[in-house]
Design a protein around this ligand. Structure first.
Ligand SMILES: *Cc1c(COP(=O)(O)O)cnc(C)c1O
Length: 396
């Protein structure tokens, strides 16, 4: 009988870690693993980053929590940093990606409500999306597997079956449409890049129909793709954006960013969070944003991303029948597998290299953004060995 006190919601690998440093993790048994999972694109500055340890320890000795009944200088500082680094004028802080998405949805609907269009409450979303596990975020995600058995799905979401189908988006727009919600790169969906031209078309459609454009950059934001936000690659700016994962480098933190116009309905009492934007989280978040936002740092991410993809292309060529394609931007990299992705990840674990499965039979290789060329070389050597140990599917 399973005696674990924990919910059985996760299929956990039989590994437990005791400490980490940079891109490395050490198990409770003293084995060292090269971490190209980053806690699912979270540990942007790696493990136990000296600056973050210092900032967190310093803040821990001063003040942890006061609630949003009061001004929080650390929250104001981080809010200003995020606005200075983006299209946004206003920020709301929560503790996770799903909460950031919830706030984005509420902000969009409330904008139309105070603009005299309470009927505009429907959000257009895309197949293959992932927006989180709260009920509304799941309704936006639209994945039947995640919704089954959880009762009525919140209404108000219209999913486009094929991403990139502009005609279908246009056809889905009606008098009740409030916004379009999309990830610039679908992370959980399998590192699927959404083209800049399509994002520009969505921006134009939104403008033409008075809709708000929402980007979910929970996974792609904060330097992961080599720009501070992934949408910068396309030159398209949203009205509202959800951010989380990498922003705390492991400290739980999420944020919803918006223009002043888009956020105009979010007045006193309309939304809240007990823990959101607490001094500990925001002190760490500010240190992360200042570090990642430096031009040299983003240069580094772009250079490492290019180098990694080049090296991976060679590996993919060497193992047809096991893996088939490399894709991604910056250090959000996916390798499409021919064999089941679970087998590839298990083989990688055998070589003490960690990655993360995604949709479309893709393994994500998402190292901390501080990864070095030497560590990429080491990951490539381990990945090569792992793939060599698998029996390829023979070309028919
Ligand atoms: C991970 C993720 C979420 C959900 O974040 P949680 O912190 O798990 O709630 C939402 N959107 C995207 C794009 C994500 O990758």
């Amino acid at each position: 009988m399973d005696r674990s006190p924990l919910y059985d919601t996760f299929a956990r690998a039989p590994l437990a870690f005791a400490r980490g440093e940079g891109c490395w993790l050490e198990t409770t048994d003293g084995d060292r693993y090269l971490d190209f999972s980053s806690g699912v694109a979270v540990n942007s500055l790696g493990h136990a980053h000296p600056k973050l340890v210092e900032v967190l320890s310093d803040q821990a000795g001063k003040l942890w929590h006061v609630s949003n009944l009061f001004r929080i200088p650390e929250q104001e500082k981080l809010g200003q940093l995020l606005c200075d680094a983006s299209f946004a004028d206003k920020v709301f802080f929560g503790n996770s990606g799903a909460e950031a998405v919830e706030c984005a949805i509420k902000t969009a609907r409330r904008y139309h409500f105070v603009s005299g269009h309470p009927e505009r409450r429907r959000i257009i979303t895309f197949a293959g999306a992932f927006h989180g596990r709260t009920l509304a975020a799941l309704a936006a995600t639209g994945n039947a597997k995640y919704l089954e058995g959880f009762g009525p799905t919140p209404d108000g979401f219209d999913q486009i079956p094929v991403v990139d189908d502009l005609k279908a988006v246009e056809a889905a727009i009606g008098p009740e449409t409030a916004a379009i919600l999309i990830e610039p790169i679908q992370g959980e969906g399998g590192v699927r890049l959404i083209g800049g031209p399509f994002l520009r078309e969505l921006r134009a459609l939104a403008d033409r129909h008075g809709l708000l454009l929402i980007f979910d950059e929970v996974q792609t934001g904060i330097g992961r793709t080599g720009k501070f936000f992934a949408h910068e690659w396309s030159g398209v700016t949203p009205d509202i954006m959800a951010v989380a994962k990498g922003i705390g480098s492991g400290f739980p933190l999420g944020a919803c960013l918006a223009t002043a116009e888009a956020a105009k309905g979010m007045t006193a009492g309309t939304h809240g969070s007990t823990f959101g934007g607490n001094p500990l989280a925001c002190a760490v978040g500010a240190a992360v944003v200042e570090t990642v936002g430096a031009p040299e740092f983003l240069d580094h991410v772009r250079r490492m991303g290019l180098y990694f993809k080049q090296r991976l292309a060679g590996i993919v060529d060497a193992h047809p029948g096991v893996v088939s394609e490399v894709r991604g931007e910056g250090l959000l990299v996916g390798v499409r597998c021919v064999l089941p992705v679970g087998d590839v990840i298990a083989a990688m674990r055998g070589e003490k290299l960690l990655g993360v499965a995604a949709g479309d039979n893709v393994v994500r290789l998402i190292p901390p953004l501080i990864v070095t060329e030497t560590e990429i070389d080491e990951a490539i050597a381990r990945f090569d060995k792992a793939l060599a140990a698998l029996t390829p599917v023979r070309a028919g």
